[in-house]
Design a protein around this ligand. Structure first.
Ligand SMILES: C[S@@+](CC[C@H](N)C(=O)[O-])C[C@H]1O[C@@H](n2cnc3c(N)ncnc32)[C@H](O)[C@@H]1O
Length: 218
């Protein structure tokens, strides 16, 4: 009880004030819990998709291609036209650059924030009509319909991806691997150096080598 309460209030008044004060404290507690809880949920919603790849069997984090790497990709695709897919499209930089060069460009990406950001960037840069971005797991998508395939992966996934693309792609397709090459395929060409190196594989070369290997195994 405060000095003021002691001098001016009856005992009943003092109890009312105490109950009201207690109720306010409870309300503040609930608000604080909601604010902290809401902030944690929001933080998880934003950071979760960036952290999740590290917890998967094959960890493929978001590391954007350097501008030199992007230049090298389009150097080796100079004479090519048609459709292009970036597998794990990140913030959409390769898809957007491809659309600016006249490709019908598509990105598949697991992280929804990156997909929404890519769509926004494509719209801002005026190429939203020739780009598409999908929130998808690369292992659950078929790449059979694409003439040009770009992958900036990690070494742990390249063998499995090599099998998948080898089975799916048409013989006219070209694959560009950034920073990490495929383990068994023999490249038709390379461009750049160091971390900006890209390796080029024509599906018909890869498929004919597979046929030769199968024939010699018999
Ligand atoms: C190394 S980054 C490359 C980004 C972009 N292609 C570039 O070159 O700037 C790999 C991307 O693949 C995405 N990713 C990881 N696992 C994936 C999966 N299973 N399916 C689709 N995308 C995936 C990551 O979120 C990340 O954005």
């Amino acid at each position: 009880m405060s000095k003021y309460d002691a001098q001016t209030s009856t005992p009943g008044d003092t109890i009312d004030v105490a109950v009201t004060g207690n109720g306010l404290g409870k309300r503040l507690g609930i608000i604080a819990t909601c604010v902290v809880g809401g902030s944690l949920v929001a933080l998880y919603a934003v950071t979760g998709p960036f952290v999740a790849p590290a917890l998967r069997k094959i960890c493929l984090p978001f590391v954007p291609a350097t501008s030199v790497q992007v230049e090298n990709v389009f150097k080796v695709l100079q004479q090519r036209t048609g459709s292009l897919v970036d597998i794990g499209s990140g913030d959409g930089r390769i898809v957007i650059a491809a659309a600016k060069k006249g490709f019908r460009a598509v990105g598949f990406e697991l992280n929804p924030w990156l997909v929404w950001y890519s769509r926004y960037r494509a719209w801002r840069e005026g190429v939203h009509h020739s780009t598409s971005f999908y929130i998808s797991d690369l292992w659950k998508v078929s790449f059979a319909q694409y003439s040009n395939v770009v992958i900036f992966g990690v070494p742990q996934m390249m063998e499995k991806l090599e099998d998948k693309l080898g089975r799916e792609l048409q013989s006219s397709a070209r694959v560009v691997a950034c920073r990490f090459p495929f383990p068994s395929w023999v490249p038709d060409d390379t461009a750049g150096e160091g971390i900006d190196t890209v390796w080029v594989y024509d599906a018909k070369t890869v498929q004919s080598l597979v046929q030769i290997n199968q024939a010699t195994e018999k």
